[in-house]
Write a protein that binds this ligand. Sequence first.
Ligand code: GRF
Length: 196
Amino acid sequence: MNLNKIRLGILASGNGSNADSIMSAFKDHPKIEVVCVLSNKKEAMVLEKAKVKKVNSFYVRKLKADSAEAYDQKLINILQEFEVDWVVCAGYMKLLTHFFLKTMNYKVLNIHPSLLPEFPGKNAYEDAFSAKVKRSGCTVHLVDEGIDSGRIISQKPIELKSEDTLESFKERGLAIENKFYPEVIEIFLLEECNDI
Ligand code: GRF
């Protein structure tokens, strides 16, 4: 762990293609480092991907007795142990509490697969596809207490072709997300933390 770098902690629940591309992008980066990956899902593929990349990874279990804040405290304990500066959500399918955001000084990023404020929520690809829009996209934004409502940092359009199926649209969209997210993180954090 290099304290001169901006340290990222990734939160993810699933396959982890975005987490994987972020780990690759910052592997030997002079100023940004991924120090840990946390998942609320034991079987999440992202944990395997982190192991392959030799990034510390943790399944953080929610006990029945855990309140939302108590669970988020478990995440915070690990993030603080690794001295994480910025939290990067990458397919993290759980709402973060006000307590979490406040403790992390609202230094939390997310990618959402639509041109927000259009199609917020869990099924953005499906919703855009069903609405037969000609263009959707993805958005990197800061996280606040709402659902995909934080300040927008950058957006990228994704064209919906007439021959697209939901699967082909999602596949193309995810490939674009994977490239776009690390690029935006790098530009944003180097500007934001230009005193480092
Ligand atoms: C992505 O579409 C992301 O925008 C959304 O959840 C999906 C996660 O995919 N929030 P992956 O786990 O990064 O492959």
